[in-house]
Structure formats: structure tokens, C-alpha cells
Design a protein around this ligand. Structure first.
Ligand code: AMP
Length: 446
């Protein structure tokens, strides 16, 4: 079936020529796009919207930041306008943050037509979600596990009449062993529905899924090979592993005035580096999978509101998060799966803006780095650094490292105590106490 699938790929010169109206989008939704400042459709929107409006199933392959959400939200809202119905569409996503973000775009595009959405994700009270579902929203945006909880336990909630199913970040839904959940969901939702499957990268498992769930789909690709967006400047820095922290501080100083997302491989390292940077006077905050849902959203909101300029994250944040003002992505720990590189650097240079990505390569990472270069099909230039200046930072950085270690230990011990709930603010005040106690530690970022 895959061999016979209709495939479409837009030509570079045809992109950016169309208007939403020319794609067949109805006036009220064109107005909504205009209000959001979407002057023209993006490439993936140009390709998918007309096909979706014809009622075809779609496999959309598009890089992050390409406007994927609009590509599926607009046709769904248009169909909803034509035949209004409650519990009309289900969007499945692998992460909770992504679910909230997708619902924000649906609400923004559909505000003038009064659409109601419900976000059904883990980490939030089941009862209040059940009440929201009882009101029968038009669009449900969910992570698979929690949706199944409701399908099995919430009286009166069914998706038998569903008209649209979207799987966003579809390869991840499968990679993260959501396969059994997906099988359960597919069994209880209407067969008479349209299915859109969106993913930045395509795995064999996605091909497996398309057999199970799609009817005669059209494959729409913005680019057939893995590409990073054109306005993204990518660099590497080759450094000895023991000086990683000093190089990080050097790069942050060199590019001061920008907003940064720094990717680390473990939750512990995001916390350690966040504490280290805060000890040096940077406004850094961490986001990782061991934080409660409230803390994750809180961290993200502080960063979005620009009260923090540096977000330290594990790969939980590498996909799909819509953080419009990230200027620089730093791969402090190189990604072990090369495809994660594409997702991480996709946090910058979004929707036509420019951005930088800098990957730290130590003596242990050379092979992984070569794999990344192979995947993106180009050799990256070195980011210019002055070794002497970096070495001058060593003393201050080692002092901050010592403080960070102590603080991490204290946080760990506090978390072990029962009934104690440590918020991000408690972390902040802990750092503040140290700063006051340590006196001279705080250093202003240039
Ligand atoms: P997405 O790939 O869906 O995560 O979208 C990335 C960002 O692009 C979001 O902030 C959208 O609001 C924005 N966006 C989507 N479509 C357009 C468009 N046609 N013009 C400008 N911005 C857009």
C-alpha cells in the first residue's frame, strides 16, 4: 500500500505564494488567521489544507515550527462549521505541554465561532476532567493513557461519533510504547472518520500504524529528507569534557541578550546546570520529566513570559513545544538519538525567524556528532571561542559548581521528606540564601 500511496511535495518556488482563501479556507477562519498575524499559509499548510478539505486522510511530514498545528486545525474547524457536532475531533499527543499548546491554537483560531476544547492529560484531577467531558467539548486534545482512563471509567463519555482523529508527533506516540493504548483507542472510536497523522520524522512504526488506521492517505512532505530550517545557523564547539561548564558560561556571555534553551541528557544535569548558572547570576530555570505537571507548566510560563532567559531541559521539551522567542539552542549534552537533534534545534528559527544552534562535542561524542552531520547532510562550522578567556572563567565556575552540588544534595534530602512539596520558588529561595551567604558569588551576565 505504501508504494501506491499518493505523495505530494511542494516546490520551493510555489511556497509562500498562496493565501488561506486560495486554499479554500472559509472567510471567518481567514479572519482568525489574520488576527493571529498569520499573513500567508506555511508550506505544510499549503500542501495539506486543500487535501484535508477534500476529505482525504493525510500523513503530514513536516519539520517542527512549520505550522503543523494550523495545517490540521483549520480543516477540522472548517468541517465543524459545516456540520456542527460535539466531540467532533480527537487530537492525540505524546506530551502534556504539547496538548496545552495545541488547545491554545484551536481556541485562538476558533474563538470567534465559539469552539470548546478539553485537554485530557495525566497529572490533573480525573474528576474535574470528567466534568469537562460531560459538557461535551468539540475538540478533545489528549495524551493516550489518560484518554483511556476516561474511556474506561467516565460514565457517558464515548468517542463513537468522532469525525476526525489527529495523531501529532505520531512517531513518538509509537516509539514511547503507546502502541497498546493506540490499539485500544482505535477499537472504540468511530471508523467513519478522517485521520491525520503528523510527524517531523518518519519511523517504520509509523508505516505500521498507517496500515491500521488510515484510509487511502495522501502523504504530504515539506521535505523528503531530514532537514533543519533554512534560517538556522548551526555550529559545534569541540571541547574537553572537564571544561564543559566553563565553555557554557563563555558562550552564554558571548551571546548575552538572547534567550536560550539548553538541552541536557538527564533530569539531574538540567537541575545541576540551572543551579550553577543561577549561582553565577543568570536567570535559568529547568524543565524535566521528574517535575510535577504544575511545575513544568510554571517553568515554561516563566520562560515564555521572559522572566527567565535560560531554559534547561531534557528531551521532554525537544519536540513540539511552542516557545516563540528562543534565539539559541545549546546542546550541552549531545543527543544520543540523532533524530532528537532535529527536534531540539527545531526550538529555534521557527516560522521564518532566524536562530542559532550550538552543539557541545567532547572527546567522547565525536561518533555521535558525525552521525548527526550525516543525518542532516552537511558539515557544521565551529563556533569561534577564545580558549584563554574560557580558562579565566574556571575559578568562578568551580566555586559555583561546588555550591550547585551542595544545593542539589539539599534539594534531594528535602524531597525525601514526606508531605514536603518543593516548588520552583523554594528552589529559587534556596539559591537566594546561598547567594547571600556566599556574598560575592553573583556575577552579572554581560
Ligand atoms: P507549529 O509548527 O504548529 O508548532 O507552529 C509553530 C508556530 O508558527 C506557532 O507559534 C504558530 O502560531 C505559528 N504559525 C503557524 N502558522 C503560521 C502562519 N501561516 N504564519 C505565521 N505563523 C504561523
Amino acid at each position: 500500500m505504501a508504494a501506491l500511496m499518493e505523495e505530494r511535495e511542494i516546490r520551493e518556488e510555489d511556497a509562500w505564494k498562496s493565501t488561506f482563501r486560495e486554499l479554500g479556507v472559509t472567510d471567518v477562519l481567514c479572519d482568525a488567521c489574520e488576527q493571529l498575524g498569520w499573513k500567508q499559509p506555511t508550506k505544510i499548510q499549503i500542501e495539506t489544507i486543500p487535501i484535508a478539505l477534500q476529505g482525504r486522510d493525510i500523513i503530514g511530514l513536516a519539520e517542527t515550527g512549520s505550522g503543523k498545528t494550523g495545517a490540521f486545525a483549520l480543516p477540522i474547524l472548517q468541517a465543524l462549521l459545516e456540520t456542527p457536532q460535539r466531540l467532533f475531533a480527537l487530537v492525540l499527543t505524546p506530551t502534556r505541554e504539547l496538548a496545552f499548546q495545541i488547545s491554545e491554537q484551536f481556541e485562538a483560531l476558533g474563538s470567534s465561532i465559539g469552539i470548546k476544547t478539553a485537554v485530557i492529560v495525566g497529572g490533573i484531577d480525573m474528576m474535574s476532567q470528567a466534568l469537562t467531558l460531560a459538557k461535551k467539548p468539540h475538540i478533545v486534545i489528549a495524551t493516550p493513557g489518560r484518554l483511556i482512563d476516561h474511556l474506561e471509567n467516565t460514565k457517558g463519555f464515548t468517542l463513537k461519533m468522532l469525525k476526525y482523529l489527529v495523531m501529532d508527533e505520531a512517531d513518538r506516540i509509537l516509539n514511547m510504547d503507546f502502541e497498546t493504548e493506540m490499539d485500544k483507542i482505535l477499537k472504540v472510536i468511530s471508523r467513519d472518520r478522517k485521520t491525520f497523522l503528523f510527524s517531523a520524522t518518519m519511523t517504520k512504526k509509523v508505516q505500521k500504524l498507517q496500515r491500521a488506521a488510515l484510509k487511502d492517505p495522501v502523504k504530504c512532505a515539506v521535505s523528503s529528507k531530514y532537514q533543519t530550517v533554512e534560517k538556522l545557523q548551526q555550529f559545534y564547539v569541540f571541547i574537553p569534557s572537564k571544561f564543559k561548564d566553563s565553555y557554557l558560561v563563555y558562550v552564554l556571555n558571548e551571546l548575552a541578550g538572547n534567550s536560550f534553551m539548553i538541552f541536557c541528557s538527564t533530569c539531574n544535569n538540567t537541575q545541576r546546570v540551572a543551579l550553577l548558572l543561577r549561582n553565577l547570576g543568570f536567570t535559568a530555570i529547568s524543565l524535566h520529566g521528574q517535575m510535577s505537571q504544575n511545575k513544568r507548566l510554571g517553568a515554561l510560563n516563566k520562560f515564555k513570559a521572559k522572566s527567565r532567559t535560560i531554559l534547561l531541559a531534557t528531551d521532554v521539551a525537544s519536540r513540539g513545544l511552542d516557545i516563540p522567542h528562543v534565539d539559541v539552542v545549546i546542546n550541552f549534552d549531545i543527543p544520543t538519538h540523532s533524530k532528537d537533534y532535529i527536534h531540539r534545534v527545531g526550538r529555534t528559527a521557527r516560522a521564518g525567524r532566524s536562530g542559532k544552534a550550538i552543539t557541545f562535542v567532547t572527546q567522547y561524542d565525536v561518533e555521535l556528532f558525525q552521525r548527526i552531520e550525516h543525518l542532516i547532510g552537511k558539515k557544521l562550522p565551529a563556533f569561534p571561542t577564545q580558549e584563554e578567556e574560557v580558562m579565566m572563567l574556571n575559578e568562578r565556575v568551580s566555586e559555583a559548581q561546588r555550591f550547585a552540588r551542595v544545593e542539589l544534595r539539599e534539594l534531594g534530602e528535602r524531597k525525601k521528606r514526606p508531605l514536603e512539596f518543593i516548588t520552583q520558588d523554594t528552589e529559587d529561595s534556596l539559591v537566594m540564601r546561598k547567594k547571600v551567604a556566599g556574598g560575592k558569588l553573583k556575577r552579572k551576565a554581560r
